[in-house]
Design a protein around this ligand. Structure first.
Ligand code: GLU
Length: 345
């Protein structure tokens, strides 16, 4: 592997087949090889005789998956960026109003947040401290601060791209803050906050590649996470790509590094995190989708949606959004203003 970067944790890889070879056999083959060497004077490739090396692939990887993770009936049209309007100013921290979702969270003592730990810049584990950090994690801490007066009163639950809707539908988390595109199909099942960032799908290839667009990758393997809007876009591309879907974005980076896929295609934000970890990969071509990020919230908790939208408005107004943006995304994504909130009521 060329560069592990900060995301060195990758427990899903399998070991080399050499583990299965008895030590005595290795010595015997070595002795034979040395004898052969002495006889002919030709160098001998010991590795070839001793073992074969399988290319490790991540657990859960699926090539050209048959089944779709998305529903087949198209969702009715909607404005995915429009959310529920905040109701007045935020209540004082630590004093959530009676009979609200926020009061129940306050009584529980922790906000339960679904996040990623594999996406550098958005939700990743800092190897030096073990803490989760990133632009999405900052949004979680702002919500916790608004409820408790303490940004650390959070129980983080790591969820994959494919698991995001499920944890919200089963009410296992209060919020999902995880590079989550608000779209009409997902609005059918959950609520979204107003948009707090607009990403767009792009392409990541090896530094030496001449490819600049998905259309040039007909018959080639392109990696994205299961259950993401990115994998749907790859599957729908008329150039007939070979979609490779994995559980975590880091799996895509590793597969690209090992030459097992020709490209990774997802939000430019996630790809920028990969570029920051590995100088041997590059972002190419223009954005070809709009991915407005919203905070996912269970369908029944519209009071919480209004509350979170008020928190987002405050974060934009007091400069917290901008300093979080500058810290995590400024150098990769350039200067950007926060998106204007849109409301449906
Ligand atoms: N923003 C896209 C989505 O929500 C891709 C990012 C991801 O899956 O983490 O599906």
């Amino acid at each position: 592997m060329r560069a592990g970067g900060v995301m060195a944790r990758h427990g899903s890889r399998v070991g080399l087949t050499s583990r299965a070879v008895p030590v005595s056999l290795v010595f015997a083959v070595l002795l034979l090889a040395v004898a052969a060497c002495a006889g002919s004077g030709q160098p001998v490739d010991l590795a070839k005789d001793v073992t074969s090396v399988d290319r490790p692939s991540p657990v859960g990887v699926e090539e050209n998956p048959k089944t779709s993770t998305t529903s087949t009936t198209p969702a009715p049209p909607c404005d995915p960026r429009a959310s529920y309007r905040p109701q007045g100013p935020l209540p004082p921290e630590g004093q959530m109003p009676n009979d609200t979702t926020m009061q129940r969270i306050q009584e529980r003592g922790q906000l339960v947040a679904g996040v990623d730990q594999n996406t550098f810049l958005f939700g990743f584990r800092n190897p030096a401290t073990g803490a989760l950090e990133g632009f999405d994690i900052d949004r979680v801490r702002e919500i916790a601060k608004a409820i408790f007066g303490d940004p650390n009163k959070v129980q983080f639950k790591v969820v994959t791209s494919a698991g995001r809707l499920d944890v919200l539908e089963k009410d296992q988390v209060d919020v999902v803050v995880r590079t989550f595109t608000a779209n009409c199909e997902r609005w059918q099942k959950i609520n979204f906050s107003s948009t707090y960032y607009i990403a767009g799908q792009r392409l990541l290839v090896d530094r030496t590649s001449n490819v600049t667009s998905l259309d040039q990758l007909g018959g080639k393997k392109v990696c994205a996470a299961k259950g993401s809007t990115s994998i749907t876009t790859i599957k729908q591309n008329p150039a007939k790509l070979v979609p490779v879907q994995v559980d975590n974005w880091t799996d895509c980076l590793i597969m690209l590094q090992q030459g097992q896929v020709s490209a990774v295609s997802t939000d430019d934000t996630i790809l920028a995190g990969m570029v920051a970890q590995d100088p041997n990969v590059k972002l190419v071509g223009d954005r070809f989708t709009d991915e407005p990020y919203g905070i996912g919230i269970p369908k029944k908790n519209t009071d919480m949606v209004r509350f979170v939208n008020a928190v987002l408005e405050k974060s934009i107004a007091d400069g917290s959004w901008a300093s979080s943006y500058d810290r995590w995304l400024g150098s990769s994504m350039g200067g950007q203003a926060p998106p204007q909130p849109a409301y449906l009521d």
